[in-house]
Design a protein around this ligand. Structure first.
Ligand SMILES: [Zn+2]
Length: 143
């Protein structure tokens, strides 16, 4: 995917920019992970650099399943930045007790249904300005 960098909507994912860089590194390997507070055990989504429950900054990385179900979705057909495929399916998927906002790729918008099974399929977006690959969590219809 290429697009005009001035409208770059994606986070800088490298260790230079975020202490949550392990999230993106594991996403590049096809794994979905999040943080769990080492102090009180609360699991967060999205991953957080500190605990919203007890404010501890100590956390562990825990794997999440890569299968989820569609909880809600919407389809954007117009107004997408140049270079983005249209229509784009945005969804909230249910993964255990978590609700994850994501994109559904390789999915026909006409056939998306609430409760549909989806599988993690990380989406590679444009490299950061230093040429480091970047990834976003995305899902596609389960096969
Ligand atoms: Zn905590």
């Amino acid at each position: 995917m290429t697009y005009f960098r001035a409208v770059d909507p994606f986070p800088l994912e490298s260790a230079d920019h975020t202490k949550l860089h392990h999230f993106y590194a594991r996403l590049a390997e096809g794994r979905l992970v999040t943080t769990r507070c080492a102090s009180c055990g609360m699991r967060a989504w999205p991953p957080r650099g500190f605990c919203a429950e007890c404010t501890s900054a100590d956390f562990d990385w825990v794997d999440l399943p890569t299968e989820a179900t569609v909880h809600a979705f919407t389809i954007q057909e117009m107004g997408l930045p140049s270079g983005f495929d249209s229509p784009r399916v945005f969804a909230i998927v249910k993964l255990e007790d978590l609700r994850i906002f994501t994109i559904l790729t390789s999915t026909d918008p006409a056939t998306v249904k609430i409760g549909q099974r989806v599988t993690l399929k990380p989406l590679r977006v444009t490299d950061d300005p230093k040429g480091t690959p970047r990834w976003l969590p995305a899902f596609e219809a389960a096969k």
